[in-house]
Structures are given as C-alpha cells and as structure tokens.
Design a binder for this molecule. Structure first.
Ligand code: FAD
Length: 451
C-alpha cells in the first residue's frame, strides 16, 4: 500500500494545511503560505482553475471568453514546491479530525483545515427555478447562459413566429449587483451588438425584465446610486419590475407575484446565494444563508484547527452584521488565515480579521459605473467610478495571478468600444430549446431603442 502522504502523522515535520476551494479566499490563504518552509499545503478544488467571478457576466454576454477569466491553479503555484493542487470535489468534512473526503474516495487530513468553497445559487424554493433558470455563479453557469442567449436569437432568426412565443424576452431575477450588471451588459448586447449581427431580425422587439421583491436597484448602495443605476438600465430599455416576486419559473414563462406572466425561454437567476454544500456536510453551526458562523479569528468556537473563510462564512463586521460576500472580503480573510497559521507556528497569537474596505462598485454596461469608496463612502459615477472599479478589481486579480496588464487593457477597451464574438456552443444542452405548441400569455413591454 502506498504511503498516505495526506496523513500528518506520517513523519513529515511540516504543518500540513488542507484548503478546500481555490476561489479568492482559498487562493489568498495558499498564496500567503506558498514558499514557507514550515508548512505544506494541499489545495483542493473541483476545478483545476480559479474563476474570476466579477467578470462572469461578461462571459455570459459574449464580451469575454471563458479563458479570459479562468486561471490555472497549478500555474499559480508552479514555483512553490510546498503547494500541491488536487482536482477533486469534497463531499464530506470532519472538523474533529480536520479531514475531508472527496468523491473519488480520497481522504485529506491536515493539521489545519481551511474551508473556502464559496457559495451557490439560492432559489428560495421557487417552483421550477432550479430546473429552468440559469444561475450565474460559476464559469460553467456563465457559458450555459451565454449559450441560451445566443440560442434564442438563432432560433428567432430562423423562425420569426418564435418571437411571439417569447424568444426574445429575457428575465433577470434579482436587482442586486449581479442582476444589475448583467442587465446593463445584456442591454448593450441587444442594443449595440445584435442589430449588427442579425440584419434580418426585429431585434428591437427584445425585452429585458429585471424582477426583484425589493423596491430599489443595487440594494446596499446609496439612494443616488439606486437612481443612477435605474436610469442607466432604463436608458438601455430594461424594464424594472420592482416590489414584485417570482412565483414560478416554467420552461416557457415566468409567473410574477402580481399575476403577470412573461413568456420567455431565458431566465437568469441572480436572486440570492447560499453556502456551498460543504457547509452542511461539516455539521458546523450555520447561520444566515446556511453560512458557517465564525468569530473574528475566522474559527468556529470550540473547533480548533479549522478556519472558515470567504463566501461560506458569516464573518462578523464591526457593527456585528456579517461582512458582505465580496471578493475583497474573501481574499483578505484567506490572507488573514495564512498569517494566523504562520503566527501560531511561531508561537505567537493568531491575527483577528480586520477588513480594509475598498468600497462597493458596479458596472452597469459600457460607459456607466457607480462606486462608493473610502470610509465616508464617496460616490463616484461614470468614467471615474469605472477607474475605481478597475483599480479594485486589478488588486483582486493580482491576488490570483501575477500579470494584470492585460486585464487593465481589456478594461479600458471594454468601457469604450470592444465587442466580443457571439459564438454559440451547439454541444451544450442550453442550445437546444423545445418550443412546443404556442400558448397565450401576456408579454409586458418592448425594448425601446435608447434615446
Ligand atoms: C456574478 C458575480 C459577480 C461578482 N462581482 C463581484 C465584484 O464585482 N466585486 C467583488 O468584490 N465581488 C464580486 N462578487 C463576489 C465574489 O466573487 C465572491 O465574494 C468571491 O468569489 C468569494 O470567494 P470565495 O473564495 O469564498 O468563493 P469562490 O470564489 O466561489 O471559490 C470557491 C471555490 O471552491 C470550489 N468548490 C466549491 N465547492 C467545492 C467542493 N465541494 N469541492 C471542491 N471545491 C469546491 C469552487 O470550485 C471554487 O473554485 C461577484 C460574485 C458573482 C457571482
């Protein structure tokens, strides 16, 4: 039998740190430990790449290709002998032995276990949503959504009658940052890109609805930002169905709580998140959104040697409310855990988490961005806000890859002019739509051409 190199009792004097998840949090931690003589790291992810989530909607709207936002985990650590990347899905977590088990039957046991598997879409038990809606949390999600958007255009181009069946109606559930950014990018795609590519199709009949139970766009931002974002979306012809819930998602329509039915074959779900499945598998105490409640030291009370970071954790902020699920919170919490592990090895106390708040920002299509930066949340709009967005995201990206010049170049091009290729992947299930028999349903609005 081969030596179990995952077992810390096999005589290796280095502290073995097992990290689950190569997102911002897991990478932040692994980067902080890379090259350290006192530790060896096993970084486990179900993909062999890091996916840069802030740019997922650009992939969904064909502005970027998947390879632009996926970074090889192995390449990230190719100079660091003490970091070993394992491609595997974790299904079982035993905090008492700091071990995890993967679908291929391997067990990885650490002296320290760091849980950073992020979050997943929360459909809030909405009937039909899990089956028919397209979430936007992973690269695979973004590619599926892009395929569906392009497939409905192709189908409508072949058979104009399908427009009456809702082929060109798009519904985005959720008016938070993800839904707003996606709606803006889709508005640009429909207003600017598609008319030039589908010469023969009545693209102006396309509609985009953003549906949210809340009454504002970009919840969490200031009132002025709500207004700015609403205006930026409406200028792109996006219809805002605010204060309205989604009662049902079906294969060919969405039913809203006010009784409206929107015929559609493309429902994007940006309606909320819950903790990734290892949270429940761990048996650790789960709070809001199924996330694991941790203290300021990013551990669970009474569970030594286990850290929980990033989107899967409820990390208490200064006012007691958890920090928002942001890339910068995830990255910094992972870095903080690396510091704590090294401190403990050196016999020093672990470091409490202090978040350096860079602000919140959103890009609402080409040329429109909103940012609230600094302690006093200074508001920026337009190209200055975009510069702040680019700076913060470049800093985030430098946490996962060394070269960021290409990202900056892309950013300015995107903000001004670039159009991406509309390449349909016909192998994907999302490309094949069963149109069935036409049925009656109300279509609420048409996309007005921008003024
Ligand atoms: C569309 C979108 C746009 C966003 N935009 C912004 C933004 O502009 N700015 C910002 O700051 N934040 C943004 N965020 C939030 C930010 O991306 C997240 O807060 C951040 O990615 C969380 O990092 P994480 O490391 O906790 O999780 P993730 O980045 O989700 O990484 C988790 C990793 O764990 C892996 N994993 C999950 N389950 C398992 C398992 N069972 N076994 C093995 N591996 C597993 C996953 O493959 C993944 O690589 C956005 C999020 C989304 C979805």
């Amino acid at each position: 039998m081969a030596l179990d190199t995952n077992d810390p009792t096999n005589g290796n004097p280095k502290t073995h740190v097992v990290i689950v998840g190569g997102g911002f949090a897991g990478l932040g931690c692994a980067r902080g430990l890379a090259g350290e003589d006192s530790v060896r790291v096993t970084l486990i992810d179900q993909h062999n790449y890091h996916q840069f989530q802030p740019l997922l909607y650009q992939v969904a709207t064909s502005q970027l290709s998947a390879s632009d936002i996926a970074f090889s985990l192995r390449q990230a650590f190719h100079d660091d002998d003490n970091v070993d990347v394992k491609l595997a899905e974790v299904t079982e977590v035993d905090p008492s032995t700091r071990s995890v088990r993967t679908t291929d039957g391997e067990t990885y046991r650490g002296d320290v276990l760091v849980l950073a598997p992020g979050a997943q879409a929360n459909f809030f038990h909405t009937p039909g949503a899990a089956e028919h809606a397209f979430p936007l949390y992973s690269l695979a999600d973004a590619e599926r959504l892009r395929t569906r958007i392009l497939a409905v255009f192709e189908d409508a181009d072949r058979d104009r009658a399908l427009i009456d069946q809702g082929a060109l109606n798009f519904v985005i559930v959720g008016a938070g940052a993800t839904g707003t950014e996606l709606a803006g990018a889709m508005g640009d795609m429909i207003n600017e890109t598609m008319p030039a590519e589908y010469h023969d199709l009545a693209v102006q009949r396309a509609t985009i609805h953003v549906v949210d139970l809340g009454h504002v766009v970009l919840n969490g931002f200031s009132d002025r930002a709500h207004e700015y974002a609403s205006k930026a979306l409406q200028e792109r012809g996006v219809k805002l169905d605010l204060g309205t819930g989604v009662k049902e998602v079906a294969a060919d329509h969405v039913l809203l709580s006010d009784g409206t039915t929107i015929k559609t074959r493309c429902v994007a779900w940006a309606g909320g998140l819950m903790a990734a499945s290892p949270a429940a598998a761990s048996g650790l105490p789960q709070g809001r959104g199924g996330r694991i409640d941790v203290g300021k030291d990013l551990t669970v009370d009474g569970v030594p040697g286990v850290y929980v970071v990033g989107d899967i954790a409820n990390i208490p902020g200064p006012d007691g409310d958890p920090f928002p699920q942001l890339g910068s919170v995830a990255l910094q919490s992972g870095q903080c855990v690396a510091d704590s592990i090294l401190a403990e090895i050196a016999g020093e106390p672990p470091k409490p988490f202090h978040y350096k708040d860079k602000g919140i920002m959103a890009m609402i299509g080409r040329g429109s961005a909103v940012a609230e930066v600094g302690k006093h949340r200074h508001e920026l709009h337009g190209s200055i806000a975009f510069a702040a967005w680019l700076g913060v995201h470049a800093a985030l990206m430098s946490g996962v890859r060394n070269r960021i010049e290409a990202f900056i170049d892309w950013g300015w091009d995107y903000f001004s002019t670039t159009r991406g290729p509309q390449v349909l992947d016909q192998r994907s299930g999302a490309a094949h739509i069963d149109w069935g028999e036409p049925e009656d349903a109300e279509v609420t609005a048409s996309l007005a051409p921008p003024p």
